[in-house]
Design a protein around this ligand. Sequence first.
Ligand code: ADP
Length: 251
Amino acid sequence: MIRLDAVTKRFGTLTVLDELTFDVKPGEKLALIGPSGSGKTTILRMLMTLENPSEGRITVDGDYLFHMKRGNDVVPADEKHLHEMRRKIGMVFQHFNLFPHKSVLENITLAPILTQNVSKADAEERAMSLLTKFGLAEKADAMPSQLSGGQKQRVAIARACALQPKIMLFDEVTSALDPELVEEVLNVMRLIAEETDTTMLLVTHEMNFARDFADRVLFFDSGHIIEDGPPSEIFTNPTHERTQSFLRKVL
Ligand code: ADP
């Protein structure tokens, strides 16, 4: 579903990702963990085309992300191609990024109506079904400012789901929440995993959740993957001292 092939990302002289290569299978639930600044968010931002790789290639769902095939050549992608590719991926951010002057329902229906030509009635039906599933049906007409952090984040997840992406990216979606609100957001992610075959990538500091939820964990350190395996292995028997000391601190 996703392939990074020798992807390097630099910001000025800082190399954030260094010739990174990995695949993600369809339906896989992948947790990206590791110290702050190790490049995890940058990977998600590249998949959302919010950042360009400095070198290397990314493919999503069998197609180039920043490049496209033209005859036998591979050339930089045009806006139309990027638009097509972006439809495959949804992202949920740490700080929700809801539209503050739109109701909960409008937050969810706006993109399907504007970008997928879904009728207003169908978009609203889809949105209400998601809100009901996520325990928020009675908040449909509320404004984001009237919601708790956990509710805002569940709306943000519903908004991403409404576009029915093949891939969903979750960037520290519980980090801005009070501890008692974390579980309701994690439950919504569990629901998506149970009910759909969406490929899910999450950057998280919730180690217990990563252990519980992910099929596979990548541990990043300074722009490299230093561990790659099932949570049972990484959390109980990490190979690197760097991982061991990180886990000792956070678990
Ligand atoms: P992580 O998610 O693992 O905490 P990030 O991917 O957010 O790491 O960041 C990796 C490094 O890249 C950090 O040193 C960060 O300061 C730097 N960085 C991220 N985005 C930018 C940017 N737009 N310009 C300059 N440096 C950046």
